[in-house]
Design a protein around this ligand. Structure first.
Ligand SMILES: [Zn+2]
Length: 278
């Protein structure tokens, strides 16, 4: 059933695609590489052919900061985000704000984003305070959701944390083919404390630096993509354990002196053709 839905979605998405988004990719205005969908590489060095665009507005969701974000992805990713919008709307949340997915052909994004290169990563803002009235795309440039985490990094800010954040993260973790969802360690800690009943979904919510006002949702490699490098799955359990404590222990360490600038890993050879194609 799922496979059938995903098979039909690209046709619908092509019809829904917003031409304005074609100008927002890292590739400086070029569109997606034509042909069948191909996802190549791994986190940090990859690309995508046959990407489709997320519409700037759909039930339960709006893209924001279009000039800074890229809204191209694998059809599974786009279908996943549209589905999350509908689920959030049904749960009574205001429109979700969507951020970066990938450029039209993937590859390195502007702004130092290391992942987001293969059309299977998406940033979803953790802003659930209504109302989110439907504004023109240009008016959404100024939307900048605040951090949910205290300045010391050890807990969420109780003045900003809402039950709706738990709802949104739970809905996202329940979507098909989600590999993991990265959030600030303080947000993960809050879920560990707060979530009762079914806690199995917490396994997919993993701590990472930053991510204090958005979640980073990554899908598993789509089916039929042998050149997509799949990361190992998250370890079993809810992750409310020593692996989470490690992140807070880092806050007690003296700051490290800056090392030499890291070189990004080389792109797979097959990506050169995709990124360089006319
Ligand atoms: Zn991200």
């Amino acid at each position: 059933m799922c496979r059938l839905v995903f098979a039909l979605v690209p046709l619908v998405l092509l019809a829904l695609s917003v031409p304005g988004h074609a100008q927002t990719g890292a590739a400086g205005g070029i569109g997606p590489a034509p042909g069948p969908v191909r996802v190549i590489g791994g986190q940090g060095a990859g690309c995508i052919a046959g990407a489709v665009a997320l519409p700037d507005t759909a039930p339960g969701m709006q893209t924001i900061r279009a000039s800074r974000s890229s809204f191209w992805g694998h059809p599974d990713m786009i279908a996943t985000l549209l589905r999350l919008g509908r689920l959030a709307q049904a749960a009574g949340l205001p429109d979700i704000y969507m951020g970066d997915i990938s450029g039209p052909r993937g590859g390195p994004l502007r702004g130092g984003h290391v992942s987001h290169q293969m059309g299977i990563d998406a940033d979803i803002w953790l802003d659930v305070d209504p109302p989110h009235p439907l504004r023109l795309v240009a008016e959404r440039e100024a939307i900048d959701p605040p951090s949910l985490v205290r300045p010391d990094g050890r807990a969420v800010d109780p003045a900003r944390w809402r039950p709706g954040h738990v709802t949104l993260l739970r809905l996202a973790a329940g979507l098909p083919r989600v590999d993991r969802i990265l959030v600030n360690p303080a947000i993960k800690l809050q879920l560990c404390r707060e979530v009762t009943g079914d806690r199995s979904w917490l396994r997919l919510i993993r701590p990472w630096w930053g991510h204090a006002s958005h979640m980073h949702l990554r899908l598993r490699c789509p089916e039929g993509q042998p050149l997509c490098v799949q990361a190992p799955p998250p370890p079993p359990g809810d992750g409310c354990d020593a692996t989470l404590d490690w992140w807070f222990a880092q806050l007690d360490l003296p700051p490290k002196p800056p090392g030499p600038p890291r070189r990004p890993p080389p792109l797979p050879a097959a990506c050169q053709a995709i990124l360089g194609a006319p």
